[in-house]
Ligand binder design. Structure first.
Ligand code: PHE
Length: 340
């Protein structure tokens, strides 16, 4: 009987080893350990053995039954795992196969430049505020001390939606809005779209972008203005770029000035990008806030002074990247867009 037990166990083990399906394993279990299974039958026949033989044989049969049971269990787990692996493999998406080509877009150069400018000023402690693209004549001209006969008020310069409402021709209207809120001191920048009735050419577009900067506090001076502009220019264009301040006229500032920078492409030596002058001209307009403007917004001009400047974002981007035609910024030509 002992030999028989070993033989049965060996065949069972081999069959478990060879099994490739759960069904097969189940059949094996039934064949050996089931109610009428070979091992079960032998266990049942123990009673026919002598009292002396019975315990050893019982022990052996139980051991073998447990051994076979354990092997079946292990193999079941193995096959289950393999089944799962196959399923995972079959369901895996092959990311390299038959790609539907959709190009991923990114911010336009204008938006990148505005974000860069705002980020720079934020680091210097300025608040970033936004204002509406449609504003009143009061915010855009009157309270900015613009004379009634100033040419910028002309229909040929500014888009009027009604007698008192315009598409803002500059971001300086946001200064007025912030000052009228009456919270002092003020350190703010504001970037956004602006509109002027200009014909399109390589430097003009009826829709363009500006960024405005305003500081109002006690004791603000022209030195603060120059210092702020110099820090900003160096951060934006590099340490080796120089600035030049020229006297100018704006109704809302006194004194007023315009700022040029040495051409960032040739570093002032002269190249095609700067018309061989070495300078990128009129990068921004600036000045000390006119006392009338402060008073128009309810700020005591005896106590407070301020500086302001405004710049064309398109122009900044063009100068920085050596772009010679503003239309490229709006044309949606992928060959251009993908360079930035
Ligand atoms: N608003 C002026 C322009 O559009 C720029 C400017 C802003 C000048 C603030 C001085 C102070 O040209």
């Amino acid at each position: 009987m002992k030999d028989q037990v070993y033989k049965i166990t060996e065949t069972a083990k081999k069959r478990i080893d060879d099994a490739v399906s759960l069904k097969e394993l189940n059949d094996i279990k039934v064949k050996y350990l089931g109610k009428k299974g070979e091992i079960t039958s032998l266990l049942k026949s123990l009673s026919s053995l002598s009292k002396e033989e019975r315990p050893a044989m019982g022990k052996l049969l139980n051991e073998k039954r447990n051994e076979i049971d354990k092997l079946i269990l292990e193999k079941t787990e193995y096959l289950n795992k393999e089944k799962l692996n196959i399923k995972v493999k079959e369901e895996t998406i092959d990311v390299t196969a038959n790609r539907n080509k959709h190009d991923v877009g990114h911010f336009s150069l204008i938006n990148q430049t505005m974000a860069e400018l705002e980020g720079l000023f934020q680091k210097m402690g300025f608040d970033v505020v936004s204002g509406p693209e449609i504003d009143t004549v009061a915010n855009v001209f009157d309270d900015l001390n613009s004379p009634k006969n100033h040419p910028s008020r002309d229909l040929t310069d500014t888009f009027y939606l009604s007698d008192n409402v315009v598409l803002r021709p500059h971001t300086s209207s946001v200064q007025i809005r912030v000052m009228k809120q009456g919270k002092l001191p003020i350190r703010m920048v504001s970037a956004g779209r602006t509109f002027r009735n200009d014909e399109v050419d390589d430097t003009h577009s009826p829709m363009f972008h500006q960024m405005e900067c305003l500081v109002v506090d006690e004791g603000v001076s022209l030195a603060n203005l120059k210092d702020t502009i110099n820090i900003f220019i160096k951060n934006m264009f590099g340490d080796d770029v120089k600035t030049r301040f020229r006297p100018h006229y704006f109704p809302f500032t006194e004194p007023s000035l315009e700022v040029d920078v040495t051409c960032p492409i040739c570093k002032g030596k002269g190249c095609d990008a700067c018309n061989h002058t070495g300078w990128s001209m009129e990068l921004l307009g600036a000045g000390m806030v006119h006392p009338n403007v402060l008073e128009n917004c309810g700020i005591d001009s005896e106590k407070y002074t301020g500086f302001a400047f405004g710049m064309g974002v398109d122009r900044i981007a063009m100068v920085k990247h050596g772009i010679n035609d503003i239309r490229l910024l709006y044309d949606n030509d992928k060959r251009f867009i993908e360079q930035f």
